[in-house]
Design a protein around this ligand. Structure first.
Ligand code: ISL
Length: 561
């Protein structure tokens, strides 16, 4: 049998540097701040850190718009400071994975500045340039080369005055898409990746990597319903025609001879069948992907159309991914990242049952088969931001959407109310370290408001409390490190139709684990053969349970042989 890779029993922790820890009082987190908090991560027990982008950037999309791939933004520190951080991370027995954002660059990147300068620039073809639609004056409504919408509202095309042509930007207009059809682009990206690996980094989280291969014909998208002005062009750029070829080439050119890496591809819209191909080790593409199906269960056509969770939908989708990647490939497991609202506010109860529901959610996720990702603050049960007024929005996605809707005549209060539950800003409030001013995040003025609950929800209080969310995460991570069944056991969903209880087993050889989670604030009955009297491995209530039934937001892991 093939040996399991090193990351099979690893837990990854995502750091969003701008909100993690500020060492110099400018109100923005930085690399030295991260260095000063490595003990927290060591105590938690995580194996790998993933850093959201720290490269020089105009920060139009909080660093996902990169001006220079081979440097550190002064707001975060210096390259020397980065090397020191990397050495410290390694000295603490952890690995460090970088964010790789190569579907697009900043419009301030030297490559784009050269590309936009003239139609015969040697780098013209490094991006997607197109003239106005046949017969229409550039800049007039409908003259955009295709009807595609951008993820951040409006058209995916921006007219550029220098040459009178449009460039493609799936995200903000300050994030022009690179043209991966051009082999020079691919070579430049590979060279840059090798440069970071030579510096000692341990892998990459690849931003929207399933968007790098577009249908070069760039056809108009099919319009669904009455729609807005712009349509979803995803059919022509999600898992496009050359995506597997591009990833295999990257793997050959960059990863050959470097066995100890971790690669994870962020892939909105990826299907289980595609994910099997991407993560089949024999194909040498990526180790695992971030899929999004379970992040869509509480929304309608768009993310702003938010509705309450139906537990059976969540269970069905996650179980399908467990089954789909059981024999080939590997799952990544996450509830949170810097783009998603806080899970305790989303699927749990961030009021009365905050601790109980946060620990229940953690237990259910971490007992699945795959590599768990913990997003900073999740291990404290941090909650969504209050977002009391539009002035508290910092994120381009929400701000653009707000402006678009208000301009279209919608009621501003209602627009804000629709943004509140899903806003990416929910995840980006400063890390809550202690009960001192600004939660110990900064001595200056934080770039985003600290959640007012920091006096109660913070790392200092939680490390001192054995029943805290923090210590529950620590126990879950330790369990994974000590149990082959948690890492490799088969997954079987139970109680498919139950709207209150999430139940499944994991089995390896003679050992079987039963995982139970109550997704509600009321008692739940559970009837399962043969589990009465089994050993309790872990739970989130101190007082022992009677029988298999669950108390409000209770989670338990049982074991039998
Ligand atoms: O945030 C989202 C939900 O609306 C997604 O559409 C998100 O934009 C998508 O998952 C891609 O995310 C990644 O690339 C973006 C960047 O803004 C995100 O922060 C990043 O995680 C563009 O680089």
């Amino acid at each position: 049998a093939p040996t399991t890779p090193w990351w099979a029993d690893a837990v990854v922790y995502q750091i969003y540097p701008r909100s993690f820890a500020d060492s110099d009082g400018d109100g923005i987190g930085d690399l030295a701040g991260i260095r000063s908090r490595l003990d927290h991560l060591r105590t938690l027990g995580v194996d790998v850190l993933w850093l959201s982008p720290v490269y020089p950037s105009p920060q139009d999309d909080a660093g996902y718009d990169i001006r220079d791939y081979q440097g550190i933004d002064p707001v975060f520190g210096t390259l020397e400071g980065f090397d020191e951080l990397l050495a410290d991370v390694h000295a603490h027995g952890m690995k460090l994975v970088m964010d790789l954002v190569v579907n697009h660059t900043s419009d301030e990147h030297a490559w784009f500045e050269e590309s936009r300068a003239s139609k015969d620039s040697p780098k013209r073809d490094w991006y997607w340039w197109r003239p106005a639609r046949e017969g229409l004056e550039p800049g007039t409504p409908g003259a955009e080369p295709t009807n595609w919408g951008s993820f951040f509202s409006g058209s995916a095309w921006q007219l550029d005055d220098a040459t009178g042509e449009y460039y493609l930007h799936l995200f903000s207009r300050k994030q022009p898409d690179l043209n991966w059809e051009n082999p020079e682009v691919r070579q430049a990206v590979c060279a840059m990746m090798r440069w970071w690996l030579d510096r000692g980094v341990d892998g990459f989280r690849m931003d929207v990597i399933n968007m790098i291969s577009k249908d070069p014909a760039l056809p108009d998208a099919h319009v669904v319903g009455s729609g807005g002005l712009f349509a979803d062009g995803g059919a022509y750029y999600l898992c496009g025609p050359r995506i597997h070829e591009f990833l295999q080439e990257m793997s050959r050119e960059v990863f050959t001879g470097r066995p100890e890496l971790l690669t994870v591809g962020e892939m909105p819209g990826v299907t289980v069948d595609e994910a099997r191909l991407f993560t089949d080790p024999a194909r040498r593409e990526v180790d695992m992907v971030f899929q999004f199906e379970h992040m869509g269960v509480d929304q309608g056509l768009t993310k702003w159309d938010h509705h309450p969770l139906k537990l059976t939908d969540l269970k069905a989708t996650l179980a399908r991914w467990q089954a789909g990647l059981a024999d080939v490939g590997w799952n990544s497991l996450y509830w949170n990242n810097h783009d998603q609202p806080r899970v305790v506010s989303r699927f749990g109860d961030d009021g009365e049952h905050r601790v109980r529901s946060a620990t229940m959610l953690a237990t259910v996720l971490h007992l699945h088969r795959g590599t768990p990702y913990v997003y900073q603050g999740e291990e404290l049960g941090m909650t969504n931001a209050p977002l009391r007024s539009v002035d508290e929005l910092r994120d381009i996605e929400s701000i653009n959407h707000y402006r678009q809707e208000v301009a279209a005549g919608r009621d501003p209060e209602q627009v804000l109310a629709s943004i509140r539950p899903m806003a990416r800003d929910n995840a980006r409030t400063p890390m809550q370290w202690d009960a001192s001013p600004h939660a110990g995040f900064t001595t200056g003025t934080p770039w985003s408001e600290v959640n007012p609950n920091y006096t109660e929800v913070n790392a200092a209080a939680e490390t001192a409390d054995p029943d805290s969310v923090f210590h529950h995460y620590r126990r879950l991570i330790a369990l994974r490190h000590s149990s082959r069944t948690v890492v490799l056991g088969d997954f079987t969903l139970l109680l498919h139709d139950d709207e209150q209880v999430y139940a499944f087993t994991r089995r390896l050889g003679n050992e079987e684990l039963l995982v139970l989670g109550n997704f509600s604030g009321s008692d739940a009955e559970v009837e399962l053969e043969g589990w009465e009297g089994s050993e309790l491995v872990l739970g989130n209530y101190r007082e022992p349970a009677e029988g298999l039934g669950l108390r409000p937001w209770e989670a338990r892991v049982h074991r039998r042989e």
